[in-house]
Design a protein. Sequence first.
Length: 287
Amino acid sequence: MLQKLKNTRARTVVMPTTPYSLLGQGCSKPLSLLMLIMLSTLLAASEGQPAAKPNRPWTFNAARPEIAPPHRKIPPTKTSPACFEISSDHREGLAGYWCVQYPVTGRTHVEFSVRRQTTNLQLARRAAVVRIVWLDEQGRSVKRAAPTFSSYRPGERPRAEPEFPPVLKTTQQSDVFSAIYAVPPDATQAQVELHFRWGNPHSSVRWEHPRLKRVPAPEPRKVKLATAHLQPRDGDTRSQKCQQFAPLISKAAEQGVDLIVLPETLTYYSSQGTYIDAAEPIPGPST
C-alpha cells in the first residue's frame, strides 16, 4: 500500500473505461464463446474504421463581425494538403474559428487529431487551440455519463464540458494535437472548433488534417494521487512560496505518485502583496 506522506495524503484509484460487463457469470460456455467472437469482430471493425465524415461543410464563425479575423480555406496542391487558415492584420483582439460537426455514438470512444502550423504567432498555446463540444441532435449541450458528488448539486449528472485536445507531438514545422475521448451517452454530435483568438498583429495559423474516428476503449490503469496539505506562511516572494512544497513533492515522487494536487494561490498566500503582485504568465517562473 501507498504510505501516507507527512502533510500529504495519497491514494490509489482505478480509472475505468466502461461500467458495463459483456459476459455474465451465468453464461454457458457456447454462449460465452459466441459473445467473445462477436466482441472480437466488433473490436477489429472499430480498429479499422475510417474517419468520420462531417454532417455538413466547414463554416467560419466569430462572436461579432467586427472582430472576425481574415480567413480562408486553401485547397490541396501537389505538395501540400488542404488547410484552414486564420490570420490577423494590423489589429489586436481578433478572434474566430473554423467549425464542423461530426456524427458520434454515445458511450463509445473517439480519437481526434489535427496538425497546426503557425507563422509569427506569439503564445500559440493560448491563441491557436482546438475545442470539442458534445451536442445532441438538436444542437444542445449534453450531460456526462456519471453523477458527481463533489459539486453543489451532489448526485446529479453535470454538463459535459468542452474538451481541449493537447499537443502530443512537436516538430520544427508543426504541432500535432491528438487525444482519445469517451463520448457522453446522450451525444450525437462532436462539434470541432479550430480557433485563432487574440493573436498578435500579422500572425497566422494553419490547421491541417482534422480527423475524428471511432476507436476501442483504452485499457484501464491505476493512478496514484496525492494532495499536499501545507500553508506556506514563510517567505515573501513567489519563489520562496514554491520552494516550501519541494520536500513534499519529492516524497510523493519517491512513492510513485502520478499526480499531486497543490493548494490554490500558493504564490500569494500569507504574502504582503496583492493578487496582481503574485500574478505571472503561464508558463512562467513558477511553472
